[in-house]
Design a protein around this ligand. Structure first.
Ligand code: M6R
Length: 614
């Protein structure tokens, strides 16, 4: 979490940095700050608690001149979110300033050592320890800034993407990364750096993805230079950025989340393009084709992910076991990495991550890789850490997802995983040809069917207002739609701050039914498939206890729709694809309840889009 941005060139740095911070605000927004070196050689640092707008208000009467600078938007880990703990942090002498995304795990030991050498600390952050260490190293070893950064980072345990300014050298930014993302933009006589490419895209499409434990020096009039922290020289690999400015704007929608919900027909078409071929009756996933034997010989598939991506993994478990007949285990990355799991060489481990940077998922696949398993990742952000360390994978290609609540990434993950399940099943001969072809054709119809659901958006917005009173919600689903119930509940709680729980519908009577009263809205996902009859009985149990039922049913349904207080329909589809449709009304419901409660939909409290800390 945290967003970092830097600029060195001929322009005024401040406007570039502020625009960049706004783009990166999804990564954290509890405080922000900027450091600039002006033409008089002064290193000015300004910081404010709150969002980037608070920082802009704070600096209105300050000197923000200079063509070199760094800036930061924070999601607090060490130290409360206040002005002192905001980045950039000065060194003791105020000659150096640093911004940092990540965690210095051994900061306490390092701090103790520095205090013995007379260093004082203004903040309670781990980051200030690092800049003091860099300054201490620079002085005691009598080395230049890049070398001091290298030497200091050799003493650090943890994750970092950093950028450092030195007031004595207004022509250089030194940056480095390990575990946290860092991209350098290469323009004409200017350089940009940022946590992702969004602050860079409008200036240049030439980027360098900085590797783990690499230090990059950006100096006016010179080519970027990269070394490892152990001083091994690297050749910078300039890549072309596949991102457009349009993708980063709201395009007339009030929130990114709503834009991203409505983008899903198009994003799913893009995800399936070149992969689902109805005319050729074929699904082609290159990551599968190139590693066919690994999948076909797998005795077990382990899926590891967090949050919404974990829910997509649960849906994949149903699909892979049904079509490919390979046992699947779905693991929370944060548990998997610490619980000494048994991993075999012939296991396939699938990591799912929109950002490709989630720290726990990254650590989980590192563990699995060390144990010899084959790592396949499903990610959205091209070039992120998880796809880079995976053996193979499949990008979802939905474009930047900016709303903190994941929507279009989820449907694309489910689509990619369903394609994978079908590919394995087809090759293994564990799915009948007719069924494979039916699902393949139906996958192609899903975008249009999602568009049809949007016709009910105004009605959903109207009845969402009724539920702003609720303190709690229950979401129920069965089979493929049990994970959708979990996902619907997560969407509601993260953006509306209403407590919500998802359950397999039949689990109700083992406890949660005690919660049902007139006050309790119960969202029941009841499309026309396998367990429909059973879910009808579950609804009857809720009605008998006067719960308010909001049902998601298939078009033409009469039984559940007559039993429910509110009903949203989705078009008929194959059972394994129902999650791609049933999740849409739940995304809209959560969105409209949050808007009716006047919540900060795109940047809900305490959250960040990319969770790069444990
Ligand atoms: O980038 P990732 O998919 O790895 O992120 C995982 C979770 O942090 C993420 O899905 C989170 O749960 C979303 N905010 C949910 O909407």
């Amino acid at each position: 979490m945290c967003g970092i941005v830097g600029y060195i060139g001929n322009r005024e740095a401040y406007p570039v940095l502020m625009k960049g911070l706004h783009r990166l605000e999804y990564r954290g927004y509890d405080s922000a700050g900027v450091a600039l070196i002006n033409t008089n050689g002064q290193l000015n640092v300004y910081k404010a608690k709150g969002k980037v707008a608070e920082l802009e208000a704070f600096v209105t009467d300050k000197d923000v001149s200079g063509s070199i600078g760094i800036a930061h938007t924070r999601w607090a880990t060490h130290g409360e979110p206040n002005q002192v703990n905001a980045h950039p942090h000065y060194s003791e002498s105020e000659q150096l300033a640093i911004i940092h995304n990540g965690i210095i795990e051994n900061y306490a030991v390092l701090k103790e050592g520095l205090m013995k050498h007379g260093y004082n600390f203004r903040s309670t952050t781990d980051t200030e320890v690092l800049i003091q260490l860099i300054e201490y190293t620079k002085h005691t070893s009598q080395v230049d800034l890049p070398t001091a950064v290298q030497l200091a980072l050799n003493q650090v345990v943890g994750a970092y993407a950093i950028a450092v300014l030195d007031r004595q050298n207004p022509n250089m930014i030194v940056a480095a990364r390990k575990g946290s993302p860092l991209v350098v933009g290469v323009g004409e006589g200017e350089f940009f750096l940022a946590s992702d490419a969004t602050p860079i895209v409008e200036y240049t499409n030439k980027v360098i993805y900085v590797g783990d434990e690499e230090v990059v020096v950006l100096e006016r009039g010179k080519e970027p230079s990269i070394t490892t922290i152990t001083n091994v020289k690297k050749t910078p690999e300039i890549q072309k950025l596949e991102l457009t400015l349009n993708q980063l704007e709201k395009g007339g929608y009030p929130h990114f989340m709503l834009k991203e919900i409505f983008e899903q027909p198009q994003t799913l078409r893009t995800s399936m393009k070149g992969r689902v071929n109805v005319d050729a009756n074929n699904i082609a996933l290159s990551g599968f084709i190139d590693n066919r034997e690994r999948f076909l010989n797998a005795k077990r598939i382990i899926i590891t992910a967090c949050g919404t991506s974990w829910h997509a993994g649960l849906i994949a478990m149903y699909a892979i076991e049904e079509f490919a007949r390979i046992p699947v285990e779905v693991e929370y990355s944060s548990e998997f990495r610490y619980r000494k799991p048994v991993i075999h060489k012939d296991d396939v481990v699938i990591a799912i991550s929109q950002s490709g940077e989630t720290a726990d998922t990254l650590a989980a696949i590192q563990l699995a890789k060390e144990a010899g398993a084959f790592i396949f990742s499903i990610c959205n952000v091209v070039g992120a850490s998880i796809p880079r360390i995976s053996d193979s994978g499949c990008y979802t290609h939905v474009g930047p997802e900016i709303g903190v609540a994941s929507t279009k990434a989820f449907t694309a993950q489910v689509t990619a995983l369903t394609m994978l399940a079908l590919c394995i099943g087809r090759e293994k001969g564990t799915i009948a040809k007719e069924q494979y072809l039916r699902i393949l054709k139906e996958l192609d119809n899903i975008p249009e069917k999602i568009s049809k659901i949007f016709h009910q958006n105004d009605r959903i917005a109207d009845f969402a207002k009724i539920f702003t009173y609720a303190q709690n919600f229950i979401y129920l689903g069965r089979g493929y739609n049990h994970p959708v119930a979990l996902e619907g509940a997560l969407k509601l709680k993260e953006i509306s701050y209403i407590h919500a729980e998802g359950y397999p519908a039949a689990e109700m009577k083992h406890g949660p039914i005690a919660l049902i009263s007139q006050e309790m809205p119960v969202v029941v996902i009841a499309p026309n498939c396998g367990t429909y009859e059973k879910i009808v009985s579950n609804i009857q149990e809720i009605k008998a206890r006067e719960g308010k039922v909001i049902a998601i049913v298939t078009e033409g349904d009469t039984i559940v729709s007559n039993m429910s207080n509110f009903c949203i329909t989705v078009p008929e589809t194959e059972e394994c694809l129902t999650p791609l449709l049933t999740v849409i009304p739940l995304q809209l419901l959560a969105y409209h309840i949050a808007v009716a409660k006047d919540r900060d939909v795109d940047q809900p409290r305490n959250l960040a889009k990319s969770v790069t800390v444990e």
